[in-house]
Design a protein around this ligand. Structure first.
Ligand code: DAT
Ligand code: MG
Length: 149
């Protein structure tokens, strides 16, 4: 089963969109295996965005994600990576399709509300960066057979 790390970013938490965003992932069928409200440290932010370290927007990316609390969610499901990124929409909200989170609620790339892991490998790594194994719950939903074939 694939795992993806979702971060409901500071702008989304501040705007009261946490419930709306979580609702969309739940409705999609992804299973929550971990969830918490945290203040991201500079150290964790720099680790999370390490691949963007040399990009000109790295500093503002780290400032943004550490500016206010975030909700981090670990999700599990068949095709969880691609499904979650489809629900999130394109990186630049002005290019994101209507019906996606970014396409419905955001306007600017630096305020794009939500993160989702971009590969199966990164999903495993990012969930492990944000959650201790003891914070993850392995469970079966009664609805699983109606969502996972
Ligand atoms: P995504 O969040 O869709 O996975 P990404 O991993 O390419 O996008 O980039 C991480 C974040 O960095 C993205 O959510 C917003 C910011 N970002 C990406 N490209 C940018 C750019 N050209 N200018 C400013 N910010 C950018
Ligand atoms: Mg990314």
């Amino acid at each position: 089963m694939e795992r993806t790390l979702i971060i409901i970013k500071p702008d989304a938490v501040q705007r009261g969109l946490t419930g709306e965003i979580l609702r969309r992932f739940e409705a999609r069928g992804l299973r929550i295996i971990g969830m918490k409200l945290i203040q991201v440290s500079r150290e964790l932010a720099e680790k999370h965005y390490d691949i963007h370290r040399e990009r000109p927007f790295f500093g503002s990316l780290v400032s943004y994600i550490t500016s206010s609390p975030v909700v981090v969610i670990a999700l599990e499901g068949t095709n969880a990576i691609e499904a979650a990124r489809g629900t999130i929409g394109a990186t630049n909200p002005t290019k994101a399709a209507a019906g996606t989170i970014r396409g419905d609620f955001a306007l600017e790339i630096g305020r794009n509300l939500v993160h989702g892991s971009d590969s199966v490998e990164n999903g495993q790594i990012e969930v492990a960066n944000f959650f201790d194994e003891s914070e993850l719950v392995s469970w079966q939903r009664n609805t699983d057979p109606w969502i996972f074939e």
